[in-house]
Design a binder for this molecule. Structure first.
Ligand code: COD
Ligand code: ATP
Length: 283
């Protein structure tokens, strides 16, 4: 299995590029999506909200995190069994823990009427205060990394050979050690701030705070194996993407093959046959 890192700066165009990968049929694990799941409200235990929302079952949560049980032949039969015994539930229900930790640390003021986290409010707080941002990062990091690992595990079980890890803080969290190659989506700083302000409707100061919350994009560019310059038009980015796609779709190396599901199954089968043959010869 090949784990390809996709990163960049805020609003540099990671989602734009990861959508191109998805359109090309390459699976993407999106850390922002995982992070949203881990701060989701556990509707069953929330007390701050006046409205009681319907409780989601474990199976609803699989649908919620985009898990297509039907298409995963090997574990399709195992999942209901395991869920019923609560073994996987702990992993996918991390949202419960993340939500509780945030409310405990930041208070009920960061909650919306329905008890969900007010992301805009929390964003304002953490992007203007490095200490609070560090606190949030510390609280969520274990949930996000286990959420990402779980997403990778599901794709591995499906037999996916190339997986894109779209992680804005890939270098900051040292996750780049897991990935090869690392793609950095770079953008001219002036264009980055303009795109960020127009997408999020924020002031220049707020946009700059968000940019400053991450390692410098130029440094990330210098660490990249592949750079996509997204300062031009979408067509220009698509042009660069075609070359990148053919690069990441090159045949797997032996190491990558061994890390894939089919590679591991082959190794297990070969070992089992080898052991059987050796036993027969010894008898
Ligand atoms: C602060 C929050 C509530 C703001 O939510 P909002 O919906 O406004 O932004 P969204 O989640 O879409 O993130 C947008 C971008 O902000 C940047 N960003 C998000 N969190 C962080 C962070 N802790 N430090 C630096 N940059 C960050 C990323 O580039 C991300 O792509 C949210 O980003 C959050 O919960 N962040 C902490 C989780 C995290 O670290 N996510 C990044 C995953 S690697
Ligand atoms: N080549 C381009 N030309 C014009 N607009 C673009 C281009 N690429 C991206 N954009 C716009 O810039 C904004 C940021 O892009 P995108 O959301 O892909 O960035 P991102 O790196 O995923 O952001 P974040 O870090 O917040 O998740 C979006 O509004 C997007 O539509």
């Amino acid at each position: 299995m090949r784990l390809v890192g996709l990163t960049g700066g805020i609003a540099s165009g990671k989602s734009t590029v990861s959508n191109l990968f998805k359109d090309a049929g390459v699976p993407v694990v999106d850390a922002d999506v995982v992070a949203r799941i881990v701060v989701k409200l556990d509707t069953g235990s929330h007390r701050a909200s006046s409205k009681r929302l319907p409780r989601c079952g474990v199976r609803d949560e699989f649908v919620w995190i985009g898990f297509d049980i039907q298409s995963c032949d090997v574990i399709a039969t195992l999942i209901p069994l395991v869920c019923d015994f609560g073994l996987i539930a702990d992993v996918v229900r991390k949202g419960t823990g993340g939500w509780k930790k945030i409310v405990k640390a930041f208070g009920n003021d960061i909650l919306l009427e329905n008890g969900e986290i007010d992301r805009a409010r929390l964003g304002q707080i953490v992007f203007s205060d490095p200490a609070k941002r560090q606190l949030l990062n510390r609280l969520l990091a274990p949930h996000i990394s286990s959420g990402i690992l779980w997403e990778i595990a599901k794709l591995w079980m499906k037999g996916c050979k190339v997986i894109i890890l779209d992680v804005p803080l890939l270098f900051e969290t040292k996750m780049d050690r897991w990935t090869n190659p690392v793609i950095v989506v770079w953008v001219d700083p002036e264009i980055q701030i303009q795109r960020l302000m127009s997408r999020d409707g924020c002031s220049e100061e707020q946009a700059q705070n968000r940019i400053n919350a991450q390692l410098a994009l130029d440094w990330k560019k210098s660490e990249a194996d592949i750079v996509i310059d997204n300062s031009g038009s979408l067509d220009e980015t698509k042009e660069q993407f075609r070359e990148v796609l053919s690069k990441v779709s090159e045949p797997l190396t032996w190491k990558e093959r061994l890390r894939s599901r089919d590679g591991l199954i082959s190794v297990i089968l070969c070992t089992a046959v080898g052991v059987l043959l050796a036993q027969k010869n010894l008898l």
